[in-house]
Design a protein around this ligand. Sequence first.
Ligand code: FMN
Length: 252
Amino acid sequence: MNETIKLLQNRRSVREFTGEKIKDEDLELILKTAQRAASSVNGQQISLIVVRDKDKLKKISELSHNQKHIEECDAFIFVLADFYRSTYAANSVGKRNVGPKTADGVVVGAVDAGIMVNAIETAVNALGYGMTVIGAIRSSLKEFSEMLELPQYVIPIVGAALGVPKDRPLSRLKPRVPFDSFVFFDKYDAKKVEEGVEEHEKDMVAWRNENNTSQLPSYKEMIVRIYENPHNKLVEALKSQGFDVLDEIEEK
Ligand SMILES: Cc1cc2nc3c(=O)[nH]c(=O)nc-3n(C[C@H](O)[C@H](O)[C@H](O)COP(=O)(O)O)c2cc1C
């Protein structure tokens, strides 16, 4: 099989690290490779902040629901939606930038961040390291904005906890919903989606039993845990970073 396809098909989140360091030159290569990721209008609405200091990693872990793998990783990368750069560009020619004031701008920042974190993950895996995407930073956006001294129009969207992976053989990769309830041709099929959920629920329960991880939630349990009530409160943090989303902005 093609090596890149093999890499992508075998990707998984790695949450156990040996404690060894990522070589500096490898980290630089990962970051430089990630910078080639696509961005909307090449506006490059993303900046990265890398943290390797152990005390700071501990703090990031605490602010992200005490996730052990954050404390134990070798490097944590914050992926920031960054409209400071394009606001400067617009202001430098005497114009305004309403990007961070619109829902479209927030979506653009989040999409660019997702593409970026995936590029980071692919580079990390290609070099034999492992990582987990960390969305839990969204529960402490205000604290992280202060810690990272972020200016207006910059907000963390997602993080990546990287390190040298410990060998942890799994029975198989974490299951996905059946392929035919994920990909459709020409039109959506809600029935297939519902059948897919039922099949996937059973498969997730089987997977957690195979791996002696009965403490993990099933698919349905996880969905309820996250979506039954509002999970993260972002509006205030977005506002305080200048992402003050309005429906109507006067045309210029
Ligand atoms: C946006 C996003 C946020 C995530 N946040 C976390 C997180 O905070 N902690 C964590 O351990 N895993 C996190 N994950 C990893 C997912 O739990 C993981 O990708 C999923 O369970 C599938 O497992 P796999 O990556 O091993 O295939 C996140 C993944 C994404 C894409």
